[in-house]
Design a protein around this ligand. Structure first.
Ligand code: UT7
Length: 314
């Protein structure tokens, strides 16, 4: 009998630009304060891409680190998906640029734009391809250089975002299932509360996005748990999109889960949209904070409006 295809994350990687932009630096640029930014968002500093760094180079670096961890060469990869809403160019897409940079000449490559939920949408897309047996190894990358889409004179948005990239290598394997379930969705009719026209900057109704997040994230976590037959108490870690510490605290409260189960890195890196979840996952992985058998929920929300969640066993 054919053994069931089991899909596993065999490597993670991340890359951040060198340049740190602190709240104190921002105080020199717009009318704001370190106190306001910390209190309202939990962010103290973020990374910003400079000369010589761009979306594709960060994404490629994160991908190479994931490959190194898994002990795979770029030529063994069948598929590269880059989730991004801040591509360097309209064409070619970032995934094709990454394919060229790392020499993954056997891989198909395309981008996914689901904003801050993008990495989760990418994971599910790669999972579906691998599950059919069509491909064996897929790199899923969440990468953003939001600093170029931000109006640096608009204090209501420029303090929130950061640049960076995170990656996960998914491989067909055997044995224990790692991915237990996914949910994803969109509410297009509310899309204009967080938008960016092609030649403009990010515009956001922060309070509307906040309300959407604190309602939708707990809901989709409950939905994905129901699908998998697990309860909230079964989950060891909640790796959420790092947009705002108050949103994460509100989600923990609604779910009645100890905030200790919600690791955070946004004080150091800000909101990196589709890169937040894979960067945090990679940091936890490299710090040895992910233990075999732990049940982990990943969940994100963002422009679209989009939302998603996934349950996996590490
Ligand atoms: O990945 C998804 C991305 N989006 C989000 O996660 C956004 C979700 N929303 C939020 O996190 C919050 O709505 C924000 C952090 C964006 C804003 O916090 P808020 O508590 O909703 O503040 P607010 O927009 O109601 O603004 C309160 C005050 C206003 O002044 P007045 O009208 O009360 O005088 C703003 O003008 O704070 C002012 N303000 C600032 N003050 C200092 C707005 N931005 C700043 C700033 N520094 N950077």
């Amino acid at each position: 009998m054919m053994e069931e295809i089991v899909i596993k994350i065999t490597g993670t990687g991340s890359a951040l630009p060198e340049k740190r932009l602190t709240n104190f630096d921002l105080q020199e640029m717009v009318e704001t304060s370190d106190e306001w930014i910390r209190e309202r968002t939990g962010i103290a500093e973020r990374r910003v891409a400079e000369e010589g760094e761009n979306l594709a180079s960060l994404a490629a670096k994160a991908a190479q680190r994931a490959l190194e961890m898994a002990g795979r060469s770029a030529e063994e990869i069948d598929m590269i998906l880059v989730a991004t809403c801040s591509p360097d160019d309209m064409l070619p897409c970032c995934a094709c640029q990454v394919q060229g940079l790392i020499g993954a000449k056997n891989a198909t490559a395309f981008d996914i734009n689901a904003a801050c939920s993008g990495f989760l949408f990418g994971l599910q897309t790669a999972y579906a391809y691998l599950q059919t047996g069509m491909y064996k190894r897929a790199l899923v990358i969440g990468a953003e250089v939001l600093s170029k889409l931000v109006d640096w004179t608009d204090r209501s948005t420029c303090v929130l975002f950061g640049d960076g990239a995170g990656a996960a290598l998914l491989e067909c394997s055997t044995g224990q299932k790692q991915f237990l379930g996914f949910v994803q969705g969109a509410i297009g009719e509310k899309g204009m509360v967080l938008s960016c026209a092609r030649t403009r900057f990010v515009q956001m109704n922060g309070q509307e996005v906040y309300r959407f997040a604190v309602k939708q994230v707990p809901q989709c976590i409950e939905d994905v748990l129901e699908k998998t037959g697990l309860s909230i108490q079964d989950i060891d870690l909640f790796v959420l999109h790092q947009a705002n510490v108050r949103i994460i605290e509100a989600v923990a409260k609604r779910l009645k889960v100890d905030i200790e189960k919600f690791p955070m890195n946004l004080s150091r890196v800000g909101n990196m949209s589709s890169a937040t979840i894979p960067v945090l996952l990679d940091e936890l992985n490299r710090e040895g904070k992910l233990e075999t058998g732990q049940k982990i929920v990943l969940s994100g929300f963002g422009a679209g409006l989009t939302y998603g969640a996934c349950v996996l066993v590490w």
